[in-house]
Design a protein. Sequence first.
Length: 157
Amino acid sequence: MHLYDRAFDELDAPTLYAILRLRTDVFVVEQACPYPELDGRDLEPGTRHLWLGPADDPTDLRTYLRVLAEPDGAARVGRVCTAPDARGTGLSRRLMAMAISLTGRRPVVLDAQSHLVGFYASFGFVVAGPQYVEDGIPHTPMLRQPREGETTAGMLE
């Protein structure tokens, strides 16, 4: 699998369509949450779109996430999703480890669907606030502080 890392203005139309299709299929259709998937944050300076897919086809997204630059200097990971036929293969774990490595020495925040708190905890995230419900789904705010001398190698195991 190839890691793709693009800013919004580096995405061609077919790739952007594939990203929005996967996000909509997972978050709106599969999870039955009619919400505004296009939130404007994809366009912000500093936003990175990361995904894994075959090296010869960037439109065949297996797993995807975006990293936003927050005003306080933290990185925000969001829109983490995996194609149904790629779930359970470890690709999301690989992508998350890669995303963390790209954030450098910044804190990383995310709002986890609460049933995935353990997944994110395995990367060093801790609960950073009370659980809340958004679009009928329980979410938990989480924070990861960088650790001195850390590498992502152990996260890939």
